[in-house]
Ligand binder design. Structure first.
Ligand code: 3PG
Length: 416
């Protein structure tokens, strides 16, 4: 007998410990019942197709099984045997669980909501080197959130302007200067010049403040060029690199992770383009799963949104952060980064929602301060410190004129 779609459905199936279990939201297409749609998802994402296949033997052991259907919620669960996956290859895993099924006509909508990762698969990935320990092992952030800023305009500043903005921000109290997602190696601000000049200003800021400062250098580039940039970052004395993990792709992230371990460099993951997968709530791949993938591949920081307080849409920041910092078969945790439209007036609310074991990042909310970057950084850091100690930002402004000015300008508005 051949393999047909029905072979991929078993509502009595009890997943094995080493199965990867995926939860999907689906909307079956017209004239497609739930069981038919669910079995097609399991089939196309493992080893079936539309035609009956005449094969015998162990090939059936690699089939996924749709084992749960909740029509009311629109949720199905599919269990994948671990032998289906190449250990340690995120592109291969995703080509199964988020591959062809995203476009199949049997469903009008399909979203990969969540994964339960089995120990066998998890152990085949490196996970982060530092995670939230960056706050004490690399920075002096202790129990408060790490603070970061990205120069604005995001591209267009010369190298000298960029490094000067860094100096102003670092000496104002910010821990990390961060490149923006679309600043890499352009003629107005070449990579190696920026690296050298920014670190020179970093050293100066450290001497003057006595605090540890660091730089999230965007090494995003095609293939081998990115690895060369990682090497250059290490040679010049960086502690971090930054990677646009979605646009660059998970295979490249895995390569960077491997190279960073040689140098002891931590990885800051920017998630630009994630919303192409996760913004439409009934289709694509959830940010929760993107964050899971990033942790397995081994980033130390990842942007997870601002709990609705900033300028960007985001899903369930708190739940995603909890997953990133929760137990997952011994993987190191990840420090979540709240970024996108933050300013001092939002920080007490933000920390109420997300706690202090995060990094907080502001571009416009520092450089848009009426008195400039240095004042903006003082205001931001003062607000972070106050919020981390459980004080309101408004009260904290009474002894910080820079924060008072920031609150006069932005209040507690959510920018759009
Ligand atoms: C980021 O990298 O998250 C953004 O560039 C943030 O910029 P903003 O703080 O000005 O919104």
């Amino acid at each position: 007998m051949g393999i047909t779609y029905e072979d991929f459905l078993d509502l009595e199936y009890d997943p094995l410990d080493d199965d990867l279990v995926c939860e999907f939201y689906i909307e079956p297409a017209d004239r497609m019942d739930w069981e038919a749609a669910a079995s097609r998802v399991a089939s196309e994402s493992s080893n079936g197709t539309w035609a009956e296949l005449q094969v015998e033997g162990s090939v059936r052991d690699l089939s996924a099984t749709a084992f749960s259907i909740d029509e009311e919620a629109g949720h199905i669960e599919v269990a994948y045997p671990d032998a289906l996956f190449e250990p340690g290859s995120m592109p291969q895993v995703l080509s199964c669980i988020a591959g062809n099924i995203m476009g199949m006509k049997a469903v009008d909508r399909i979203r990969l909501l969540d994964c339960e990762w089995p120990v066998t698969l998890v152990e085949s990935f490196p996970g982060p080197q530092y995670g939230s320990a960056v706050k004490s092992e690399i920075l002096d952030a202790g129990d408060r959130p790490a603070t970061a800023t990205v120069p604005k305009p995001k591209v267009g500043l010369t190298t000298d302007q960029h490094a000067t903005v860094g100096y102003e921000a670092w000496t104002g109290g910010v821990d990390l200067l961060k490149d923006d997602e679309n600043l890499t190696d352009q003629s107005f601000n070449p990579f190696e010049d920026r690296l050298t000049e920014s670190l020179a200003q970093r050293d100066r800021a450290e001497d003057e403040t006595g605090e540890t400062k660091s730089y999230l250098l965007n090494v995003t580039a095609p293939g081998s060029e990115m690895l060369e940039r990682v090497d250059m970052a290490a040679e010049h004395g960086c502690e971090f690199v930054m990677v646009d993990v979605v646009t660059t792709g998970w295979a490249a992230v895995q390569q960077v992770r491997e190279r960073c371990e040689r140098h002891g460099l931590a990885i800051h993951a920017h998630r630009a383009m994630h919303a192409a997968f996760d913004r439409v709530p009934d289709h694509g791949v959830s940010m929760r799963v993107i964050a899971q993938i990033a942790r397995l591949c081994g980033v130390d920081h990842i942007h997870t949104g601002t709990a609705g307080l900033g300028k960007l849409e985001n899903e369930d920041t708190e739940g995603i952060n909890d997953w990133l910092q929760g137990e997952c078969h011994g993987l190191t945790d990840v420090l979540p980064v709240a970024s996108g439209g933050l300013h001092p007036g939002l920080l007490d609310q933000l920390l109420d929602e997300l706690g202090a074991n995060i990094a907080v990042q502001a571009g416009g909310g520092i450089h848009g301060h009426p008195d400039g970057t240095h004042a903006g950084a003082i205001a931001f850091r003062h607000a972070v410190d106050a919020a981390a100690q459980g004080h309101s930002v408004e009260d904290a402004a009474t002894d910080c004129p820079e924060l008072e000015r920031a609150l006069e300008k932005w209040g507690t508005e959510t920018p759009r």
